[in-house]
Design a protein around this ligand. Structure first.
Ligand code: FES
Length: 108
């Protein structure tokens, strides 16, 4: 694989059911991660885009949290339905999807 031009970070941190703090895996982030992989492959972007599972990205209350590097586009509340738009705009055209922009909240 060539050096990637972009990286999609998807939080898959999972806390116990009893935790008072939410976590992205409990909101379905593994499915979002797999959808990113599928869409990147389907768009023929695999040589330039790496999709990576991460631990907590410190915006738990707004998860599912996704970040695009090197652009530092931070997205909150990402669902399966948002994945194609993120790939088509943020990866293919370097645009931020403003409606998903993470609010400027303190890191958790
Ligand atoms: S658990 Fe996903 S941002 Fe913290």
């Amino acid at each position: 694989m060539p050096k990637p031009r972009k990286q999609i970070l998807v939080c898959v941190n999972e806390r116990p059911e009893t935790s008072p703090k939410p976590s992205c895996a409990r909101r379905g982030s593994y499915e979002v991660y797999r959808r990113f992989k599928d869409v990147v492959r389907a768009r023929g972007l695999r040589d330039g885009v790496m999709v990576t599972k991460t631990g907590c990205l410190k915006h738990c209350s707004r998860g599912i949290t996704v970040c695009i590097w090197p652009d530092a586009f931070w997205y909150g509340g990402v669902t399966l339905d948002d994945v194609e738009e993120i790939v088509d705009r943020s990866l293919a055209r370097d645009e931020e999807v403003a409606r998903l922009r993470m609010p400027d909240i303190p890191w958790e």
